[in-house]
Design a protein around this ligand. Structure first.
Ligand SMILES: [Zn+2]
Length: 385
């Protein structure tokens, strides 16, 4: 009896001195200043419109950063020859529902893509954004953290690095690109081990219809899970377990006010929106993945909660959603909220670094904490002593 009590006491003691949650340690390696610095770094290339020198320079810069973190990079090459101008079908149609199937509420303010250089008051930025896009070859970069026990299976963590609208694409999608880069930095640290592989993808051509993500799928889907060369233990394209996209992470000031203006500050009730698409082949698996992120948010995000929705649309996780569990992480729901004007900087000259306050950047950081916590759990991340 006595030894039994002793055993319990010893076990209780062990419990108290047990190693801290390694995921918590990893999440603590994210910080708002570093996140801001990465967003700032991306804005030096203006709106990073696809098919321009500023877009190509941004791809080079992103690759150099990923390499400096110790994350091994590769490129996907494809050609973008756009068909004659035609709408992308962003409209609501006659169903009364938003794109993606959600139901809009409250007042709507106009949205669209700015194409007028003179709407950019900053002359230096206007000049930087002046080169027009031309059809032709395109490149995008990804980097990979190889899993130690299941190198043949992976999660894809994505954001799109191109933008448009004559601003700096600071939020759309500098904020998502920076999040993916920060996660690549944390997971690539020499003392981090993951059982499964993680790929960090910075898609190009999202704004023209996700041609970067589509090229990736077209070129690599059939290679999944194949060891190459045989017997090498190397898997150029591990089997896809899920795709987690990040697109516009920072601005949740609520719905437009009745007079068409917005609240000046991040609303206290701001949240991280995790969406899957109810009308997709992998809806059940995608929903399960969404709730894994929600649970990680509860456990690891410092300031803002997460909400799960079923109307994911218009982002690079779309082309994946009938193939593999696919979700998007955002500041607002894409269809019913952003579509109703909840982000007045969207594709506008005002999407510049200086528009955003620390509370906005902190919402982006909370999304990073959410995805990092979830992916660390899903891939069995541990710290090497
Ligand atoms: Zn975007």
């Amino acid at each position: 009896m006595r030894s039994c009590i002793l055993t319990i006491l010893v076990l209780a003691g062990l419990q108290n001195t047990a190693a801290p949650d390694p995921v918590k340690t990893l999440v603590a390696r994210l910080d708002v200043d570093q996140y801001k610095a990465t967003v700032k770094g991306l804005t030096q290339f203006g709106d990073r419109r696809q098919g321009t020198d500023r877009n190509r320079a941004a791809v080079d810069w992103i690759e150099a950063q990923l390499k400096s973190y110790g994350c091994q990079t590769e490129r996907v090459k494809y050609v973008y020859d756009p068909p004659p101008a035609a709408g992308r079908g962003r409209g609501r149609g006659n169903t009364g529902l938003a794109v993606g199937g959600g139901r809009p509420r409250g007042d709507k303010i106009p949205t669209g893509v700015n194409t007028d250089p003179m709407k950019q008051p900053d002359e230096k930025l206007r000049a930087l954004n002046m080169q027009p896009t031309t059809p032709g070859p395109r490149e995008m970069v990804f980097c990979t953290k190889v899993g130690s026990t299941h190198p043949d299976e992976m999660y894809i963590v994505g954001g799109h690095m191109d933008g448009h609208g004559w601003g700096e694409a600071a939020n759309d999608d500098g904020s998502g690109t920076a999040l993916v880069m920060e996660l690549a930095r944390v997971f690539s640290a020499p003392d981090v081990n993951t059982d499964r592989t993680i790929r960090f993808a910075l898609w190009n051509n999202e704004e023209t219809g996700s041609q970067g993500a589509r090229a990736y799928i077209e070129q690599r889907q059939a290679l999944q899970g194949r060891e190459s060369p045989a017997g090498s233990g190397k898997y150029p394209e591990p089997k896809w377990l899920g795709m987690i996209q990040h697109d516009m992470m920072m601005f949740d000031h609520g719905m437009p006010l009745p007079d068409g203006t917005m609240r000046k500050e991040q609303r206290a009730e701001a949240d991280v929106n995790i969406e899957f698409q109810a009308n997709s082949k992998m809806a059940a698996q995608s929903q399960t993945l969404a709730w894994v992120l929600e649970a990680a948010n509860e456990k690891y995000a410092t300031d803002y909660p997460a909400a799960v929705g079923s109307h994911m649309t218009n982002t690079d996780s779309g082309p994946f959603m009938d193939i593999v569990a696919a979700i998007s992480v955002r500041e607002n729901e894409r269809g019913a909220q952003i579509g109703n004007g909840w982000d007045p900087q969207w594709h506008q000259p005002t999407d510049v670094f200086t528009t955003y306050t620390d509370k906005d950047f902190r919402l982006g950081l909370n999304a990073a904490q959410t995805t990092l916590g979830a992916v660390a759990g899903l891939t069995g991340a541990t710290l090497i002593k």
